[in-house]
Design a binder for this molecule. Structure first.
Ligand SMILES: Nc1ncnc2c1ncn2[C@@H]1O[C@H](COP(=O)(O)OP(=O)(O)OP(=O)(O)O)[C@@H](O)[C@H]1O
Length: 216
């Protein structure tokens, strides 16, 4: 095994975060191994979503460092798109159809040609059983379908880590276990994934690493 493959895919060292005078968490150390599914769990209000938002560069930190495969990175620099995100409310663009939602960042941020992005999107849509929905708009989709579009939109950018915030909260029980199957499928194909969840049963089924925030 070479050195790079022994490195954690994502590592956080001594990350602290306050909002004003309110300290949310201090000195968080976390390392996600390649191809792992790591769940961040912990009581409500402990800062799970905030921690995820710091990894995604949606919040700054008071102190601490972030590493991707051993190399320091600044999550606030969004030019690389190395960490992908699927939000609880999916955040699809309502005025764009499924195909346009998935290809937008690939074309505008990663500068792929429209043809190349559409081919990649159609491959993803096929593997996610969504190809028939490609011309539909978000309001015409079920919750599970919207989530899979959000996943495809993240995957097309080929992130090193794919993060999910509460991926089961908007879904019924049957869809929840389909999401678990999907995450395990991505894991088998080599993806490294991070999940913030309230759902202990879901975390237990999918995770090979569990990080309890507030429990250090
Ligand atoms: N933008 C903000 N400004 C000020 N305080 C904030 C902000 N965002 C979150 N907080 C506070 O930070 C704390 C952690 O919130 P966060 O949503 O990260 O917790 P959580 O563990 O994800 O909670 P839950 O499990 O209920 O979703 C809470 O006290 C919240 O009120």
């Amino acid at each position: 095994m070479n050195k790079a493959s022994q490195q954690p895919t994502l590592e956080l060292r001594r990350i602290s975060k306050s909002f004003g005078k309110n300290l949310i968490f201090k000195n968080v150390n976390l390392a996600i191994q390649p191809q792992a599914i790591l769940s961040i769990v912990g009581p409500s209000g402990v800062g799970k979503t905030t921690l995820l938002r710091t990894i995604l560069g949606l919040e700054d930190v008071d102190q601490g460092e972030f590493f991707l495969r051993g190399a320091a990175f600044n999550p606030l620099d969004h030019s690389q798109n190395q960490v992908g995100a699927v939000f609880q409310d999916f955040r699809l663009f309502p005025h764009l159809n499924v195909l346009q939602n998935i290809t937008l960042a690939a074309v505008q941020v990663q500068k792929k040609s429209t043809t190349e992005a559409q081919e990649a999107a159609e491959k993803l849509l096929t593997s996610l059983q969504l190809l028939e929905q490609k011309d539909k708009y978000p309001f015409q989709l079920s919750g599970g379908q919207k989530q899979r579009v959000a996943i495809a939109r993240a995957l097309i950018l080929k992130p090193q880590v794919l993060c999910y915030d509460e991926p089961t909260s908007a879904l019924d029980a049957a869809s929840k276990w389909q999401v678990a199957d999907l995450l395990e499928q991505f894991q088998a194909s080599g993806m490294t994934q991070l999940v913030v969840t309230h759902d202990a049963e879901f975390a237990k089924r999918i995770s090979n690493q569990i990080f309890t925030l507030g429990g250090q």
